[in-house]
Design a protein around this ligand. Sequence first.
Ligand code: GDP
Ligand code: MG
Length: 175
Amino acid sequence: STKQKLQRKIAVLGFMGVGKSAVTIQFTEGHFAEPYSPTIENTFQKVIRHKGIEYQTDILDTAGQDEYQIFHTRYAMGIHGYILMYSIVSRRSFDMVSTIRDKLLNAVGTENIPHVLVGNKSDLVHEREVATEEGQRLADEWGVPFIESSAKFNTNIEEIFRKLILQCEAGQEGS
Ligand code: GDP
Ligand code: MG
């Protein structure tokens, strides 16, 4: 068969501790990794199949951004789409995700970059600091998909990557 194979590069951005590594590892390796050093940056690989197309996907699990760090320009180059992540148990990480997005859009120079908003740690219901509606409202403002996930219980993890790949396809036909 002449199956199509496409290369896709994704970066995961967000405040330290929101679960960037846990989500990436749950998706690529199928287990909940804990604990994981917040300063480690790694690239993971996984094939995502969608509508008969195989997407050879590289996932850059970035080291946590805080408000004082300058945005790495290498996060803005050669990357097809972004996962912008906060934790539903951290108001600060939710505030930070807008700052990170501003820096990202500045660095890539366009609002037309595929991205999704993720509120991770949805299993920690009793510690919730950010309502689902707040996340949804922000994503609506941005005009991007919104997903609440749990890396711990593998809830909506595939969904994140599937939605992002779809975003990428909508943005750049045939590339
Ligand atoms: P990163 O700094 O954004 O890469 O965050 P990590 O992936 O290292 O996760 C930070 C901490 O949150 C670790 O102790 C993880 O085990 C924990 N964690 C990550 N995702 C979840 C989740 O979905 N649910 C719960 N309960 N804990 C999580
Ligand atoms: Mg990490």
